[in-house]
Design a binder for this molecule. Structure first.
Ligand SMILES: *Cc1c(COP(=O)(O)O)cnc(C)c1O
Length: 374
């Protein structure tokens, strides 16, 4: 038997079934009318934001990285909970606009922004986190044509990465941001061109569970921002410190020590260098805000045996849950959290493989997990 990932806190049992926000899984399926479905708990999202607010220094603004879950009702819930929104495409710009979010609260990062996406963002008053000098020139030209002053920040490719992170977004050659040593010249150019320079965006990695590594990266990020500000000869209005707070996916993963991260950041901000006097700070989080608030419910369509192994065949799969299938960024496949929702508190009775409905051996949701009988 292979272990399953840890079920996040906050999911209860009601009449033997998994309950989400006080609703039994079977009732949620009946309400949706079909399977599969995603269910998100507004309570869990609000609880997570409250934990963050309690742990982080009060002067640090909290942004939601929309790509973690751009579902309209989730954005609506976030509107009242977080300070800003980070988007990564023109499609996400349309989603935040549809959710009624003020574009002044939105910043737009991501390599490969098309001219039409730059134009829509500039026209709306969204801050662009520029990924290159070439993108800066296109943004300035579009703003000139529109007759607007663009809000432009520079995404920095830092000369360090977030240690222990699942995905490294900095350190060495990267498609993200502008190499640190070229940033001061670009900042001076943006200001000379009449742009509303908004500051720096420095995102060094994702999915880190180690508080000490996050604290070290935040200290390096602040030091780098100060150095770049000194070289550019101007105080950045804002520094986006990135995020990278991870959540447990796999057996043995231990939740991030949020209090330790908050305390270290508080100490950093209490002794800011003069180059950052008056700078506002924010962090941007995606999965940490929403990843443990949702459940993917699929129906077991068939239970079959092949060469002695049990296969629970569901009506879902990797087309909805690519990461859980092991086909997104993992080298060795391990099991995500998975459970039989209709018998949530029942003991383990058999070993089974949970698979999706696609005709590919890649479509697996759990390998040799221990489950109650269905
Ligand atoms: C993906 C991404 C995020 C969110 O990452 P999480 O690890 O989910 O918090 C934040 N900022 C940028 C620039 C990203 O690309």
């Amino acid at each position: 038997m292979k272990p399953l990932g840890p079920i996040p806190a906050g999911f209860a049992t009601l009449d033997g079934e998994l309950a989400i926000g006080g609703h039994k899984a079977s009732d949620l399926v009946a309400q949706a009318g079909q399977t599969p479905l995603f269910v998100y708990s507004q309570e869990r999202i609000a609880a997570r934001v409250a934990e963050l607010r309690a742990a982080l220094p009060a002067q640090v603004a909290l942004n939601y990285a929309v790509k973690a879950n751009p579902y309209g009702p989730v954005l609506q819930v976030m509107t009242g909970l977080v300070d800003g929104f980070d988007i990564a495409s023109g499609g996400e710009l349309a989603m935040v606009t549809a959710a009624g979010i003020d574009p002044a609260r939105v910043s737009f990062a991501g390599p490969g922004k098309r001219d039409a996406e730059l134009e829509a963002a500039i026209a709306a008053g969204v801050t662009l986190n520029l990924e290159s000098e070439g993108e800066a020139e296109r943004a300035l030209a579009i703003a000139a044509r529109l007759g607007t002053v663009p809000r432009l920040a520079v995404r920095v490719n830092p000369d360090f990465d977030l240690k222990g992170s699942g995905m490294k977004m900095g350190g060495g050659a990267k498609p993200f941001g502008v190499d640190a040593e070229r940033v001061p010249a670009l900042v001076r150019h943006l200001i000379a061109a009449g742009a509303d320079w908004r500051g720096f965006h420095i995102f060094a990695g994702s999915q880190a569970l180690d508080a000490a590594a996050i604290a070290e990266t935040q200290a390096q990020t602040i030091a780098l921002a100060a150095r770049l500000a000194a070289e550019a000869g101007t105080v950045p209005p804002k520094v986006n410190l990135g995020g990278g707070f991870g959540i447990p996916y796999f057996p043995g993963d231990v939740p991030l020590d949020l209090a330790a991260v908050g305390q270290a950041l508080g100490e950093q901000l209490a002794q800011l260098p003069p180059e950052l006097a008056g700078t506002a700070f924010c962090i941007e989080l995606g999965r940490y805000l929403v990843g443990e608030s949702g459940v993917y419910l699929t129906r077991i369509i068939d239970r079959k045996i092949s060469h002695g192994e049990v296969y629970l065949v569901t009506d879902g799969g990797l087309h909805h849950q690519l990461a859980a299938s092991g086909n997104f960024g993992t080298v060795v496949r391990r099991n995500y959290p998975a459970a039989i929702a209709s018998r949530f508190d029942a003991p383990v009775e058999e070993e089974a493989n949970v698979v999706g409905c696609l005709c590919t051996p890649l479509d697996r949701l759990a390998d040799k997990g221990g489950f109650p009988l269905v």
